[in-house]
Design a binder for this molecule. Structure first.
Ligand code: ADP
Ligand code: MG
Length: 253
């Protein structure tokens, strides 16, 4: 059975069918790219799968159970985690705190533990600090750890968002345009990190508008057009497909 599957999804906004009978399965360990013209329904697909919006029709199955419409935090606790197209870190907080506070089960939220400063709380705090520092180093943000996030470049924000997401220790990582607004060097770095996470067993699904980086990175490309899957296959085959060329050149939206 697939790790993650959408079956017959439909999502309308007013009269507009953003997702129009879409089915897609992701196997454990895959590295999949989702592409398609602006407005094709890529972000809405992610929103339906991760509980940000509830589909009008169809089901989402994750790790053996139906999770259609389950809230994002419940799915995140089960290992299904996504990023957003626009970054959501708190600009008036430091980079380090942004990463630390992304951890689930913040000790401070458990009031009794916090009041008593129990040993378990101190252990959790220490683990969170250590993991946050590791991620800051991995994403070359350690020299910016004490800066306010608002001072970061667009590319550095993407790295911060990825670091925050990884604090949740996902099994499935869904990235919405992780390379948008990122310079070529950082794009290469992010792609390298994604490749490594996948090599270590994480299932990754990436939406991207720009094709070049993605095509080199993924094992499989899914092309959406007008809320449906247009083509699904190996990157070289997909990019050579006349329907894909037409969808991009013809606008497709
Ligand atoms: P993509 O990510 O492929 O560019 P989206 O999934 O963001 O496309 O959007 C698909 C269509 O659905 C677009 O026409 C968009 O305007 C519309 N849409 C998406 N989200 C909403 C929403 N919350 N309210 C109204 N329309 C929306
Ligand atoms: Mg989008």
């Amino acid at each position: 059975m697939s790790l993650l599957a959408a079956a017959g999804l439909v999502k309308e906004f007013g009269g507009l069918r953003a997702i129009d009978g879409l089915s897609l399965s992701i196997e454990a360990g895959e590295l999949v790219g989702v592409i398609g013209p602006n407005g094709a329904g890529k972000s809405t697909l992610f929103n339906c799968v991760t509980g940000v919006v509830t589909p009008d029709e169809g089901t989402v199955t994750y790790d053996g159970t139906e999770v259609t419409g389950d809230p994002p935090d419940a799915l995140a606790r089960r290992g299904l985690v996504r990023t957003f197209q626009s970054t959501r870190e708190l600009e008036t907080m430091t980079v380090r705190d942004n990463v630390r506070l992304a951890a689930p089960d913040q000790p401070g939220e458990r009031t009794v533990d916090a009041l008593l400063r129990t040993e378990s709380m101190q252990t959790t705090e220490r683990a969170v600090r250590t993991r946050a520092d590791e991620l800051l180093e991995t994403f070359e943000l350690d020299h910016l750890a004490d800066e306010y996030s608002g001072t970061l470049s667009g590319g550095q924000r993407k790295l911060l968002e990825l670091a925050r997401t990884l604090m949740l220790d996902p099994d499935v990582l869904m990235l919405d345009e992780p390379f948008a607004g990122v310079n070529p060097t950082l794009t290469g770095d992010i792609a390298e990190h994604i490749r490594e996470l996948n090599a270590n067993g994480m299932t990754v699904v990436i939406i991207e508008h720009e094709l070049e980086t993605l095509t080199e990175l993924v094992d499989r490309l899914v092309v959406l057009r007008q809320g449906r899957v247009l083509v699904d296959g190996e990157p070289e085959d997909v990019l050579a497909d006349d329907r894909v060329i037409e969808a991009y050149l013809g606008g497709g939206a």
